[in-house]
Design a protein around this ligand. Structure first.
Ligand SMILES: *Cc1c(COP(=O)(O)O)cnc(C)c1O
Length: 419
């Protein structure tokens, strides 16, 4: 570490050290490959769990190289999508048998929205509207639009906070992001789910930014479908396969728009007619991407024995501490938190909007987010930015320390001054 990040506030350093000493998750950090940089981009690509490279080498050399085709059964390749889904399930409040891993989040959004539309219209043919979170990650909106076009439905963009009031007799499906990827705002999953159900519609949750970051409680809230990625807080690796949750009661009525042969009741019967399999396996499509899947399976071992409530408590403590330290280091009026300060509305990231002279303190023009992030990276702190002017910092409680948060805030103060 260079002297550039030397303590400018020794009390804060002592506080960070004390918080780290009391942190019950601190011991998990050693399970990840990290270096001297402060990595606050785990909400985009999680860090590499230390045990993954050896497991991948074993899969390639032994299971593929030596056992070859036998591995589909002997190494458990065929059943990997359901097995790994069940490993993710407890992290999103789901009982076994409802979560299947495969494809990208984008593809799973398509499966879930079309299947939800079919169910809603099966109950009431007059429902022709898909409500989409107005601030959604773009892929969800694009896919919902296409799904609606293919099925003769229409899409209406609604702010997530207004979803409950917007749902009505025409609502077939609501598609909502649990956490806003740009601002880090946490939406009320149980309340929106209950409201959409009262209106007679179905709800699909995108939990990309909450799975592995905070309690999701899919079963308890009665959510119909959920999709999520595994390369963010679940550390599955670049492009690791996503997951699809289909509530147990809906599984017999879950008609996938992508009935690939691996979701067939008798895939090796190779029959001409499609007969869906049972349970979550209906969410499968084609041959599973085994290398990515088994890397993810190994990566998920870092969650063994981890209580998601402890992850949430640490995430809130980390983001509170970071926000306080940013306030101490960054000149007034230069950065404004977009992430809600209220705990019940905050995900596991802090988004700061680059602003100009809002405080009236002569702080000058708005710093350019890209320039600030480049200056920050030069100081060994990695976050990212989203246009226009948003700096994002992801806090991953399994490997982010309070000392990291302190160092990042100090470096951010310098980066803003020099940008
Ligand atoms: C990251 C993210 C995605 C990514 O979708 P892919 O198909 O994996 O590229 C989708 N939705 C949300 C809310 C995300 O944050």
């Amino acid at each position: 570490m260079s002297e550039a990040y030397a303590p400018s506030d020794s009390d804060a350093h002592a506080t960070a050290d004390e918080l780290d000493a009391r942190d019950e998750l601190a011991h998990r950090r050693k399970d990840f490959v990290l270096d001297g940089t402060v990595y606050l981009d785990g909400n985009s690509l999680g860090a590499l769990p230390r045990s993954v490279p050896a497991r991948l080498a074993e899969v390639v050399e032994r299971e593929w190289g030596e056992l070859r085709i036998r591995s589909w059964s002997e190494s458990g390749w065929w059943s990997a999508p359901e097995r790994i889904g069940d490993r993710i399930a407890p992290l999103v409040g789901a009982g076994a048998g409802q979560t299947v891993v495969g494809d990208s989040t984008s593809v799973n959004v398509f499966k879930a929205v079309v299947a939800a539309l079919r169910i809603a219209r099966g109950e009431d043919g007059g429902r022709d509207e898909v409500l989409v979170d107005a601030a959604t990650f773009p892929t969800d909106g694009y896919i919902a639009e296409s799904a609606a076009r293919m099925t003769g439905a229409t899409v209406r963009a609604v702010p997530a906070a207004e979803m409950a009031d917007a749902a009505g007799p025409a609502t077939a499906v609501a598609l909502v992001n649990h956490v806003d990827y740009r601002t880090g705002e946490l939406n009320d999953l149980p309340a929106a789910t209950a409201a959409v159900h009262r209106a007679g519609g179905r709800i699909v949750w995108d939990v990309c930014h909450s799975a592995g970051a905070l309690p999701v409680e899919l079963d308890a809230s009665g959510a119909d479908f959920a999709v999520g990625c595994t390369y963010k807080y679940l550390n599955g690796g670049p492009g690791s396969p996503a997951f699809l949750y289909v509530r147990r009661e809906l599984q017999p009525r879950f008609e996938t728009p992508l009935p690939g042969w691996t979701s067939h009741a008798d895939p090796f019967g190779m029959t001409p007619g499609y007969v869906p399999g049972d349970g979550a396996s209906r969410g499968r499509v084609g041959t599973p991407d085994i290398l990515s899947m088994l890397a993810l399976e190994e990566a998920l071992k870092v969650w063994d024995g981890v209580d998601i409530a402890a992850v949430r408590a640490k995430s809130l403590a980390l983001t509170d501490f970071f926000l306080r330290r940013v306030q101490a280091y960054v000149p007034d009026g230069r950065l404004r938190p977009l992430t809600p300060l209220e705990h019940r509305r905050r995900g596991s990231q802090v988004s700061l909007l680059c602003t100009g002279d809002e405080g009236g303190g002569g702080a000058g023009p708005a710093p350019d987010a890209e320039v600030v992030m480049t200056a920050l990276q030069a100081r060994g702190v990695v976050g990212d930015f989203r246009r226009p002017g948003v700096l994002r910092f992801g806090f991953t409680p399994l490997y982010t320390s309070f000392a990291d948060a302190e160092r990042a805030a100090a470096a951010l103060g310098e980066a803003v001054r020099t940008a």
